[in-house]
Design a protein around this ligand. Structure first.
Ligand SMILES: Cc1cc2nc3c(=O)[nH]c(=O)nc-3n(C[C@H](O)[C@H](O)[C@H](O)COP(=O)(O)OP(=O)(O)OC[C@H]3O[C@@H](n4cnc5c(N)ncnc54)[C@H](O)[C@@H]3O)c2cc1C
Ligand code: FES
Ligand code: FES
Length: 491
């Protein structure tokens, strides 16, 4: 086994002697690359953002921005990253470096004051700068950001790319101005050229020390054998939940097994009767590859955390935590999805409605992995995902409701409703579904069903919301969907 190594700004470096739980952020700062900052160490601020070369959706390689505070450096064995220091081009002897176009725009447009958040912003901005399908508008005029909607610049820059970056002092307008002013990479741009080559291939990793082991196998079969021998191992995919456990709750594992690069968990297949989504595809990859073909998920993705988190987070991880406030379960329950569970003895398919058994508990056995999520086809045409949270982006739900309805000739033929945040597990709103099915999709039915929906689950009061607020939001959620379908709010 070759010693674990990572390429940073074009130079290869050994990962040793880092501990298996050392994050990319700690690794970089210990080596003097202090441009990458620690703000929160829990994925909330983006000060630690760096670029990783990942398999591309439209080009062989995409530059993807991730939170360096959440990813163990051992997870990037054999991989290639660029930090804010690596964006600028070195000057000649005695000459200062030439700023990268995104750094230049941040400087000239006043996008930085204390500068603490700036390296993170420029890395997130650079990822969007290099997004291959970012298209400037025909009437592009970088000084007239008002010529397009508030979240997309005339240069095609999607502000959601910055949804995981916080700034305490500059204010976001100059940062937005800088984002909307960046141009298109030139043909000589080394990072643009790098997109045309394949990304680094995933390598098997055996990083074993006295204080723990970080292991990555090349295939699913090898991984499942390993998990049979080590059912106590902690499985990690994007590490957006596990990284918080390590940093904030000081959790350590004797053995961590990485599954995020397993090819068998990274397939997306559209069959005649279902869409099968690999459990280790990131939410960004899933969003881009589905390209709106599952409208309920297309509504969900922009509301899930931030772009930085979605660039690492997976559906497998969201279901793997078993959290009652995860955002994907309500949507997947409404879609009547199932999970494909795999262990060394084979596979089984479990409807998601039967998967959760209690608070953070599921039918998944030790040594078993979620290989994929299956969404049956055809899809119900009337869908909505309503997430009620304190902030619009990058926040956990207080309550979430997902709807998938078949309405024919004005009558509700089928209703599937998934709820999060109102019980110890995500649940189906079975009583509300019954109150809708077979009835006209009309104000009277919807108002009666909204009362039933308010009584679903056993919501609790906590620091996010009171039980009464959660119930009220459920009822409102159905009324809001009705208003959207009829353009009329029931009295
Ligand atoms: C700042 C921030 C914002 C967030 N916002 C949201 C949000 O808006 N909505 C939301 O729902 N969540 C949110 N999360 C939580 C988290 O991002 C999601 O739960 C995410 O989907 C986890 O995926 P992951 O691949 O990173 O999981 P990991 O951290 O790698 O793993 C999480 C757990 O799942 C298990 N696991 C992972 N993959 C599998 C698999 N294939 N089979 C079996 N078990 C598996 C792991 O063993 C671990 O116990 C947020 C997290 C952060 C840090
Ligand atoms: S340090 Fe705040 S997101 Fe990483
Ligand atoms: S410039 Fe100070 S936090 Fe953003």
């Amino acid at each position: 086994m070759v010693a674990a190594r990572i390429t940073v700004n074009g130079k290869e470096a050994p990962i040793s002697p880092s501990a298996p739980h050392t994050t990319v952020l700690e690794f970089l700062r210990e080596r003097g690359l202090t441009g990458t900052k620690e703000g929160c160490a829990e994925g909330e601020c983006g000060a630690c953002s760096v670029l990783v070369a990942r398999p591309g959706v439209n080009k062989p390689t995409d530059w993807v921005a991730v939170n360096a505070c959440l990813v163990p450096v051992a997870a990037l064995d054999g991989q290639e990253i660029v930090t804010s220091e690596g964006l600028a081009t070195a000057g000649g002897p005695g000459m200062p470096p030439t700023l990268h176009p995104v750094q230049e725009e941040m400087a000239v447009r006043g996008g930085s004051q204390c500068g603490y958040c700036t390296p993170g912003f420029v890395c997130s901005m650079a990822a969007e700068y290099y997004r291959p399908d970012r298209c400037p508008h025909a009437d592009s005029d970088s000084d007239r950001a008002d010529s397009t909607d508030a979240e997309h610049g005339p240069n095609g820059f999607d502000l959601h790319a910055l949804s995981g970056n916080l700034c305490r002092c500059t204010g976001y307008r100059p940062i937005r101005d800088a984002a909307f002013a960046v141009g298109t990479p030139t043909d000589e741009d080394p990072l643009a050229r790098r997109r045309e080559q394949s990304p680094p291939v995933p390598v098997a990793t055996e990083y074993v020390r006295d204080d723990g082991a970080f292991l990555r196998k090349s295939t699913l079969a090898e991984t499942l054998e390993l998990l049979r021998e080590r059912p106590d191992a902690v499985v990690v995919a994007g590490s957006t939940d596990w990284g918080v456990e390590v940093n904030i709750r000081s959790r350590r594992a004797d053995c961590v097994v990485a599954i995020d690069r397993l090819p068998e968990l990274r397939e997306l297949r559209v069959e005649s009767d279902c869409v099968e989504i690999g459990a280790a595809l990131t939410l960004t990859e899933t969003e881009r590859r589905l390209d709106g073909s599952v409208p309920l998920l297309a509504e969900l993705f922009p509301q899930f955390a931030s772009r930085l988190i979605r660039n690492s987070a997976t559906l497998g991880g969201n279901l793997g935590t078993g959290s009652p406030i995860g955002d994907s379960p309500p949507a997947l329950l409404a879609l009547e999805a199932s999970v494909v569970l795999a262990d060394a003895d084979g596979e089984r398919e479990v409807p998601l409605a039967d998967y959760f058994t209690g608070y953070r508990q599921s039918v998944r056995r030790p040594g078993e992995l979620i290989r994929a999520v299956r969404v049956p086809l055809p899809l119900s045409p009337v869908v909505a995902f309503h997430k009620i949270a304190k902030r619009r982006f990058d926040d956990i739900s207080s309550v979430a409701a997902a709807f998938a309805l078949d309405i024919e000739d004005g009558v509700v033929r089928k209703a599937r409703i998934g709820l999060g945040g109102v019980a110890a597990t995500p649940i189906r709103a079975l009583a509300t579904e019954a109150a809708l099915e077979g009835r006209p999709w009309a104000a009277e039915t919807v108002e009666a069903a909204a009362l039933v929906l308010k009584g679903e689950g056993t919501p609790m009061s906590d620091h996010r919301a009171s039980a009464g607020y959660r119930s009220a939001m459920l009822g409102q959620s159905l009324l809001k969907l009705y208003a959207r379908t009829t353009e009329a709010v029931p009295s």
